[in-house]
Design a binder for this molecule. Structure first.
Ligand SMILES: Nc1nc2c(ncn2[C@@H]2O[C@H](COP(=O)(O)OP(=O)(O)OP(=O)(O)O)[C@@H](O)[C@H]2O)c(=O)[nH]1
Ligand SMILES: [Mg+2]
Length: 318
């Protein structure tokens, strides 16, 4: 059901003015796959691209949320308006106590300069990653200066919303050996910044050495991936991390990489949505068309190979 024209227009206006309730409502619309949500994104899209988007990924429990909490606190001392989007593909829960528990930003819940949201369900436009991107765009349009994205990543099949961050931070802790192996094997992409959190742990130096070893195998020109030690709970190293994030930002702006990255990511997004729609269209058609069923019978009877059948399918597509 589409919301009445006036409602979307009104919501758009309030959203652009930075109204938090409008932002919350807009994200719900997108999350629930309401046409009004997509309409809203279409309206505000020209006003996006201003926020600094930082993505934090890493194995469960390494302290991503605690770290984001510390960074939010720091950003607030600089009067920056903040949005936090925690994306959890494994959890069916999105609200209430679990949200607070997962995001660990309870001290910021009452600060109007901080907007926190957790997302787990998928919109129909291809999935959680697409819905999350729309939510991030809405935060951007609502005037959030900094947007922090959090996703759990262990190497494979990561939610690729993290690709939409201008700066990607991989958070590890002493003992995250699997992630180091994943980096080494090229399963996990090399991030822009690596944080070794829980630096109060005695094995921190070993971990830093291992990570440094992996990075030394990679390209040595251009941006050198910094390794920052933090103790997020106590705020140790957070100031340094803020500095490193700013340096990376300045670097990609100066090199033109920011533009390039955004271009590549948006292209991937367009392709992802188009692919999803195309597939849905094909599936509907295939299930309804008798001719396609016959084509399939030919494949089953081994008279036609799958690739030739696909070619004919595409030639005949309505
Ligand atoms: N010792 C120690 N514990 C920490 C540190 N930072 C965070 N923790 C604790 O580690 C636990 C997990 O922290 P979270 O911030 O929830 O970790 P996360 O990576 O967001 O976890 P998920 O979102 O569940 O993947 C909590 O009990 C934190 O209090 C630190 O620097 N040192
Ligand atoms: Mg977390």
């Amino acid at each position: 059901m589409s919301a009445p024209e006036a409602t979307v227009a009104e919501l758009t206006e309030r959203l652009l003015a930075g109204d938090r309730r409008a932002l919350a409502r807009a994200i719900s619309l997108v999350e629930n796959d309401e046409p009004a949500g997509w309409e809203l994104v279409r309206e505000v899209y020209p006003r996006t691209g201003r926020a600094v988007v930082m993505g934090f990924t890493g194995p469960p429990g390494v302290g991503k949320s605690t770290l984001i909490g510390a960074l939010v606190k720091n950003a607030r001392t600089r009067s920056r308006e903040v949005g936090v989007l925690s994306i959890d593909p494994s959890s069916p829960f999105t609200h209430g106590a679990l949200l607070g528990d997962r995001i660990r930003l309870t001290e910021h819940f009452l600060d109007p300069g901080v907007f926190i949201r957790s997302m787990a369900s998928r919109g129909s436009l291809g999935g959680l990653s697409e819905a999350a991107l729309q939510a991030a765009l809405l935060m951007d349009a609502a005037g959030r200066d900094d947007v922090f994205l959090e996703t759990v990543g262990v190497g494979q099949a990561e939610v690729d919303i993290i690709d939409h961050a201008d700066t990607v931070v991989l958070v590890l802790m002493p003992g995250s050996g699997d992630s180091v192996q994943a980096l080494k094997a090229g399963v996990m992409e090399i991030p822009d910044v690596i944080v070794i959190n829980k630096a109060d742990h005695p094995l921190t130096d070993t971990m830093v050495r291992e990570v440094r070893g992996v990075l030394s195998l990679g390209p040595q020109e251009g941006w050198r991936v910094p390794i920052v030690r933090t103790e997020a709970g106590r705020g140790e190293g957070v100031e340094e991390l803020v500095g490193v994030l700013a340096e990376h930002r300045a670097h990609i702006e100066a090199e033109g990489t920011l533009e390039e990255r955004r271009r590549r990511n948006l292209m991937n997004e367009v392709l992802a949505i188009a692919t999803f729609r195309l597939r849905r269209r094909l599936e509907e058609w295939v299930s309804e068309d008798a001719g396609v069923q016959e084509l399939l019978d030919e494949v089953v009877a081994r008279r036609l190979d799958p690739a030739s059948a696909a070619k004919r399918l595409l030639e005949r597509e309505p």
